[in-house]
Design a protein around this ligand. Structure first.
Ligand code: 5GP
Length: 191
């Protein structure tokens, strides 16, 4: 998606010795709602014919993107919670996720009533790096006995292993911008 690539080139900041792309000025801290809208439209173009009945994402950064996409699909958006709150009182699906940005392991949970075996689930997230977040969401879909339609991510860092690993399991993964390489000196190149 050219629009997203151009924005990353213009406003993305490379950190962590070329491993972390900061997009806080438009994607996951301050939010460019018009860009989100184009992203939602693009996810619908890619997955709109696949009978999606639920969109599943993970808090926090995925929620806004998934909600705007949900306005095109006209299906409910569910976000996996990262901590058990008093609001969760039913039975839950759970999975462990190794955090990319915080280097710790956390448990995600989704109340069972929100995903049923007849659901066709589209996963949406902001980034795909090592694939741990998507792995966790896939586990939730599997536990529910639902059908996984695929995963849509805004940015895939294709030089990290998650995308290849998850695609090799037969999951359809669509990334709107695929970063081939990045460094503070040379900037970003796309696949
Ligand atoms: P994964 O689980 O695929 O290793 O990493 C995906 C998750 O880590 C995403 O939900 C995202 O929030 C975060 N993440 C991974 N890489 C980056 C990055 O380069 N920049 C930002 N802003 N977040 C990232």
């Amino acid at each position: 998606m050219k629009l997203l690539e151009e924005r990353i080139r213009k406003d993305g900041k490379i950190r962590g010795g070329g491993t972390v792309l900061k997009v806080g000025s438009f994607l996951n801290h301050q939010i460019d709602v018009d860009l989100y809208n184009e992203i939602g439209k693009e996810f619908f173009r890619l997955f709109g014919q696949d009978g999606v009945t639920k969109i599943l994402t993970i808090e926090a950064s995925g929620i806004g993107i998934a909600c705007i996409a949900g306005q095109y699909f006209h299906v409910p958006v569910i976000f996996a919670k990262k901590s058990k709150t008093k609001n969760i009182d039913g039975e839950v699906y759970t999975a462990s996720v190794q955090s990319f940005t915080h280097a710790n392991i956390y448990t995600i949970m989704v109340e069972k009533e929100f995903i049923q075996p007849q659901d066709r689930v589209l996963l949406i997230d902001d980034f795909l790096a090592n694939g741990a977040a998507l792995d966790g969401l896939i586990q939730v879909v599997d536990q529910a006995g639902a059908t996984l339609v695929g995963a849509g991510v805004c940015v895939e860092k294709a030089f990290q292993p998650g995308g290849e690993r998850i695609r090799s399991r037969g999951v359809r993964v669509e990334a709107l911008a695929r970063v081939a390489s990045m460094s503070e000196e040379e900037g970003v190149t796309f696949c």
